[in-house]
Design a protein around this ligand. Structure first.
Ligand SMILES: Nc1ncnc2c1ncn2[C@@H]1O[C@H](COP(=O)(O)OP(=O)(O)O)[C@@H](O)[C@H]1O
Ligand SMILES: [Mg+2]
Length: 316
């Protein structure tokens, strides 16, 4: 630990490689460090000593930073068909998308447009009929079930609308479950900081039934981030929350993207939730029909109205 002390005392880094996190103004935030130093899996002894500053900056950015060229998520011509023959449902009909590291992508679209299917196939919970999904450069379709499970455990976090906590485990046990299942050691410093940011410190020994919906979803968010996955997928994560709990969770996800380069992909039907993202894709009938950078709730609503006008009405 000794070699970390000087970094810590300069206020730049923490032995975990992650920033000190505090809660301020009621909104969870990651604080205390420049983004370039927050990249996950950058060893705490980076940059190598003796390199000129520009090379040091490259060394910081290159392992898995935005400059590395490998996006966190890449989807190519994704097709998912349920059933066959005349009753086949084309849930995904040729979707392309790419999410660079540290970006927060939101996906919206009418019910049945394929949002959950896209999320599940991209997260390795389900397989495409054809096309390709890469997580951090690894093509999922080339993996057998065991390899896919391992990749999911190591590189993917999930937040579901229904929380999906294990009812018989405490909050603390739920949070560390994926890391425990992977047979890995929990990074206590990182865990403490997530718990602190999400204001869960005094709830850790409670079971899900003893927690409010907002608290349960914060436990689910902590569980998704604790292993520092390449990407966190969230399917309507605020769908069951009141607006204040929802705003807290969304603020947490946004800050995780901005300050520790946590890539996030979130499905939502709520324009306000989408406004927390860096970029928004609109899905209709299994295809990407539009996208928007730096969405605001107002612009999202306008675009939704336009898209509804463009689409054939269901009555016809
Ligand atoms: N397991 C399944 N079997 C058959 N059809 C499915 C299945 N899952 C989803 N679908 C169909 O695929 C389409 C897309 O569904 P889904 O991805 O759940 O949409 P969304 O999340 O946008 O509401 C819908 O027509 C839905 O009925
Ligand atoms: Mg859905």
């Amino acid at each position: 630990m000794g070699r970390h002390a000087s970094e810590a005392s300069r206020g730049l880094n923490h032995p975990t490689g992650f920033p000190v996190i505090r809660k301020e103004d009621g909104e969870p935030t990651f604080r205390g460090m420049e983004p370039a130093r927050c990249l996950r899996s950058v060893p705490s002894d980076h940059p190598p000593k003796g390199l000129p500053m520009s090379a040091q900056a490259d060394a910081i950015a290159s392992p898995d930073g935005p400059g590395s060229g490998v996006p966190a998520v890449r989807v190519r011509d994704a097709v998912k068909t349920y059933g066959d023959g005349p009753t086949a449902v084309h849930a995904l009909d040729g979707v392309d998308l790419e999410v660079p590291r540290g970006r927060f992508l939101a996906i919206m679209g009418p019910s049945g447009s394929g949002k959950s299917t896209l999320l599940h196939c991209t997260a390795g919970l389900d397989r495409l009929t054809s096309g390709s999904v890469e997580i951090d450069g690894t093509a999922l379709e080339g993996l057998n079930d065991k390899q896919l499970t391992r990749l999911r455990r190591q590189q993917v976090g999930f937040v579901f609308q229904s929380y999906n906590l294990v009812p018989t485990l405490t909050a603390a046990e739920n949070i560390t479950l994926p890391v425990d299942l992977a047979g890995e050691k929990v990074d206590r410093n990182w865990l403490d900081r997530i718990v602190d940011t999400l204001n869960l410190g005094d709830r850790l020994s409670h079971t899900p039934a003893e927690l409010s919906g907002g608290q349960q979803q914060r436990v689910a968010a902590a569980r998704a981030l604790v292993s520092r996955p390449t990407v966190v997928f969230a399917d309507e994560p605020t769908g069951a929350l009141d607006s204040r709990s929802g705003a807290e969770l969304l603020g947490f996800l946004r800050d995780a993207a901005r300050t520790v380069q946590q890539t996030v992909v979130m499905v939502t039907h709520d324009p306000t939730a989408a406004s927390y993202a860096d970029r928004l894709l609109f899905l209709a009938d299994g295809r990407v029909v539009d996208d928007m950078e730096d969405p605001t709730a107002g612009r999202v609503l306008d675009r939704m109205k336009q898209l509804e006008g463009d689409l054939p009405s269901e009555a016809n």
